[in-house]
Design a protein around this ligand. Structure first.
Ligand SMILES: Nc1ncnc2c1ncn2[C@@H]1O[C@H](COP(=O)(O)OP(=O)(O)OP(=O)(O)O)[C@@H](O)[C@H]1O
Ligand SMILES: [Mg+2]
Length: 624
């Protein structure tokens, strides 16, 4: 059972070192324990560019809308200055025109700003939705295309957090953050220009206050970057723990891991809370600091301006407008903080997504694909050759030291051997879940590495003990073997395998929804569905890895009958602990430590004095 480890395997996942990037990328594979996978320099920026490139025109239009909207908003204080210094005095002289013009102007500005903002929100939402659609699609397609050995190391919880929280933080940046940034920049430019234009010396005081503000922003940016990276790692750890626990809920219950899990989860949850607190603290420091600078600047301007108004060198309206403008900087300064927030968390997230997308499948598609030769006989089987194959998993020693094996087309070979001998490894190499580190695996003389992947998947099918069922109906699950199969063909495959009876007895027969993980169907029945799926796929090479182990003895007998139908004419590798399965084989291989120690016809080996004869005798005795 592979799932028993699920509940306990996360302990090392989350001890993430502060610095990211994991540049050394040693062979030990431990980079996969980190959230940020190594990516070429500039990968994050390149990803962002490639996401935005198709939307460039729309993004520019969106920004123009914002530009005009800001122009409309920032006219307000100018109108106030005009009202105080010109329109009100004119009104006193019974000239009403200027004041009416001010009122109408103010109204128009408000109206224009409202309409433009509405258009902007819609346009920018559309841009950001398109980016996210694209990004989520890319993550899914890429993760699905990555090799098995990647998925063995990078947990599904991490993938989920990549396509949820990380995508979400990019959405926040695009929806609100960019708007904030542009608003802030525009406000600063407009307001500085207005202040300087209204009165040079007052403007100079205001602009001088931007220097400490800038320094403040830089400090905040540096500190917040660290905090946000830690926070996004912490939330990923929470999700990983959650997903793994729920995936392994059965062993969690069986081994009463609940309390231990609660404790581990609480630690992760608290760590996330702490990093959140750190982020808020940084934000609070920033806001207080920037307010202090801004208020000091306002105080300076009021003092200096009041002195000048008193001495007659400045009009009151200009002072009022200057103070109004400066106060309008408060808002953008806070928003700059918000922008930096969403920028930092989006940058941390994008970095992780870019690292994921930079992963190349370790089992790549061939550059120059090769066709399989036409079938030799009128049966579907093909010849399989392992030629001086060497293989070891990344995280361990060599499993197959030097492996030679020829399986003639149409032969059924049973592989037995003690646990850890390398039987499943052999099967996985034949299905090209991995590539050998030396030597070749050939299908009718063609190296598996040169076969187009779809052709390989059609040609070699592996049925394992897990017999995974996807959500959908029973019929859908069988049809995965050949999506264009008709209902009649699906039923025929089920009948051949002996699954028709139990499927017909299900509430909706073939249309019964198997629900999550096939919880409604027993393990043995799942096996039968998996067999029917394989039969329908009609592959040249069929691998059954412990595939009958969840069947009871009568069930196994039934499947054995069915299996001889399924295997007829195919090249088949049957890995089994139960020796009854061996009886249908043409040939038996006994493996030990990645080597074949016995090879022969079943009756030959049983009659002999080797390992298999011993095993067989022991098995016979156990049945008696
Ligand atoms: N994904 C993996 N990563 C690292 N090592 C692995 C991996 N899978 C298997 N191994 C190691 O490779 C060796 C051979 O494993 P394999 O699964 O091929 O054995 P097996 O003969 O199928 O055993 P069993 O009868 O228990 O299924 C074992 O030592 C195992 O620990
Ligand atoms: Mg195995």
């Amino acid at each position: 059972m592979t799932t028993t480890t699920a509940a306990t395997s996360t302990a090392e996942d989350d001890e993430l070192p502060g610095p990211h990037g994991a540049g050394d990328g040693g062979e030990s594979g431990d980079v996969f324990d980190r959230d940020v996978l190594p990516a070429p320099p500039g990968a994050t920026a390149a990803l962002l560019r490639s996401l935005l490139a198709p939307l460039k025109a729309r993004a520019v239009v969106t920004m123009l809308l914002l530009l005009f909207q800001q122009a409309a908003v920032q006219l307000g204080p100018l109108l106030v200055a005009y009202a105080i210094d010109t329109a009100v005095p004119a009104f006193r002289d019974h000239r009403h025109g200027p004041l009416i013009a001010v009122a109408v102007g103010y109204l128009l500005c408000a109206l224009a700003s409202g309409v433009l903002q509405f258009a902007f929100i819609q346009a920018s939402a559309r841009v950001s939705q398109d980016v996210l659609l694209d990004l989520r699609g890319r993550i899914f397609r890429h993760a699905q295309a990555l090799s098995i050995d990647f998925h063995e190391r990078y947990t599904s919880g991490r993938l989920i957090s990549r396509s949820t929280t990380d995508v979400e933080s990019l959405r926040e940046l695009l929806d609100d953050g960019l708007q904030e940034l542009v608003t802030v920049v525009l406000s600063f430019v407009y307001i500085s220009a207005m202040l300087l234009w209204l009165d040079l010396s007052l403007g100079a005081v205001a602009v001088a206050s931007f220097v400490p503000l800038y320094l403040l922003v830089r400090i905040y940016q540096r500190r917040a970057g660290r905090v946000y990276r830690a926070r996004s790692t912490a939330i990923a750890a929470v999700i990983v723990k959650f997903v793994e626990t729920m995936n392994g809920i059965r062993p969690v219950r069986a081994f009463r891991r609940e309390a231990a899990n609660d404790a581990e989860f609480a630690v992760l949850n608290r760590r996330h809370e702490r990093t959140n607190g750190d982020a808020l603290l940084e934000m609070a420091r920033y806001v207080v600091g920037s307010r202090l600078v801004a208020n000091t600047a306002v105080a300076g301007i009021v003092l200096w301006g009041a002195y000048r108004v008193a001495s007659g060198s400045l009009e009151l309206g200009v002072l009022a407008a200057s103070v109004l403008y400066l106060r309008r900087l408060y808002d953008p300064i806070d928003r700059l903080g918000m922008f930096l927030n969403s920028y930092q968390s989006a940058a941390a997230s994008l970095e992780k997504v870019a690292g994921l997308l930079a992963q190349r499948p370790s089992v790549p598609e061939p550059a120059v694909p090769c066709e399989l030769p036409p079938l030799k006989g009128d049966f579907p089987g093909r010849e399989v050759v392992f030629e001086r194959v060497r293989f070891g998993y990344r995280t361990g020693g060599e499993v197959l030291p030097r492996f030679d094996l020829t399986l003639p087309a149409g032969q059924t070979v049973a592989v037995v051997g003690s646990t850890g001998a390398g039987k499943s490894t052999l099967a996985k190499l034949l299905a090209r879940f991995y590539d050998p580190s030396g030597g070749r695996v050939l299908l009718d003389g063609v190296d598996l590495r040169e076969l187009p992947v779809p052709e390989l998947r059609r040609g070699v099918v592996m049925v394992t003990q897990e017999a995974f069922l996807f959500s959908g109906t029973v019929a859908d699950n069988i049809a995965i073997g050949r999506p264009d199969a008709s209902r009649a063909e699906i039923e025929q495959a089920a009948k051949a395998i002996g699954a028709h009876e139990f499927i017909s007895a299900l509430p909706d027969g073939y249309d019964t929804d198997v629900r999550k993980r096939g919880g409604r169907i027993s393990a043995g029945q799942r096996q039968l569905v998996a067999f029917a799926r394989a039969l329908l796929a009609d592959p040249a090479v069929l691998i059954l890895d412990e595939a009958t182990s969840s069947l009871d003895i009568p069930g196994e007998r039934a499947v054995q009958r069915a299996m001889s139908t399924v295997l007829r004419g195919r090249t088949a590798v049957v890995i089994a602990h139960r020796l009854s399965t061996v009886e249908i084989a043409d040939r038996v291989l006994v493996m030990e430590h990645g080597r074949i120690v016995e090879d022969g016809r079943p009756d030959e080996l049983i009659g002999g004095t080797g390992r298999f004869a011993d095993l067989h005798r022991a098995w016979r005795d156990s049945l008696a």
